[in-house]
Write a protein that binds this ligand. Sequence first.
Ligand SMILES: NC(=O)c1ccc[n+]([C@@H]2O[C@H](COP(=O)([O-])OP(=O)(O)OC[C@H]3O[C@@H](n4cnc5c(N)ncnc54)[C@H](O)[C@@H]3O)[C@@H](O)[C@H]2O)c1
Length: 270
Amino acid sequence: MLESTPLQSTTLKGKTALITGSTSGIGLASAHVLAEQGINLVLHGLMSDDEGANLAQEFSEKYQIKTLFDNANLMDTSAISVFMDKATKTMGSIDILINNAGIQHTEAVDTFPESKWNAIIAINLTAAFHTTQHALSGMKANSWGRIVNIASVHGLVASKNKVAYCAAKHGIVGLTKVVALECAEHGITANAICPGWVDTPLINDQITEIANKESTSFEQAKYQLITAKQPVPDMMAPRQIGEFILFLCSDSARSITGSSLPMDGAWTAQ
Ligand SMILES: NC(=O)c1ccc[n+]([C@@H]2O[C@H](COP(=O)([O-])OP(=O)(O)OC[C@H]3O[C@@H](n4cnc5c(N)ncnc54)[C@H](O)[C@@H]3O)[C@@H](O)[C@H]2O)c1
């Protein structure tokens, strides 16, 4: 008879997670999910110092955890470096890295502005390369780490008018695989979550564009946007992504690495 080996029980309480783009949407909801487990947080996003300090204080008080806020612009690689050094020195180590910050611009490739291309590649892809580079030495020293990159279904399939977004998201899927291979013997996993539609401010411009074009309400335009590609006719709540991240941080998920995991209401099943 085969004996089952009990799973190690790594406690997540007291570990530190850094979540880029955690002032809004998926990042903010995920911050709450991790904080509920007693995980210390580096919060980050485009918010003033004062607003960020308030946000960090709210988290500290509500969850009794250590927090830090930074508003480094991810288009600036030297600002990323300063941010990561500060986060590591203040928190001790970055055990969990969530590369989540992202922007969108939709337009046909013929007229797609170079400035939007550069911004999307910088924020949605290159920033994750830099944060990962900075976080790895601490994770390797501790022989434990979790890297979760928030990609998209657009890391797996394409849609019209999303040339930079699809390029960046396919890129982050590739980055994730290489990091997983290089870290496989260090107790570090790297995975990409590939969501379909999630109810956040990121997609409001796309909904408004449909509403204006079709002279319809925001809610009707939203439904139209969802069902054009996604068989499940609901948007996900941002918190659902946070709960998936939490699972990927657990011991149960220690063999899941290098994976690009759709969470997409059967979008990519077609
Ligand atoms: N909402 C969706 O339907 C959906 C679907 C699939 C994937 N995603 C991905 O999820 C991630 C989070 O998106 P969201 O929907 O929560 O968006 P959001 O607009 O609610 O939040 C984006 C976050 O990124 C930060 N950010 C943007 N530009 C930045 C910059 N230059 N420097 C630093 N921070 C910056 C913002 O401050 C904010 O905190 C993105 O990578 C996005 O591509 C979203």
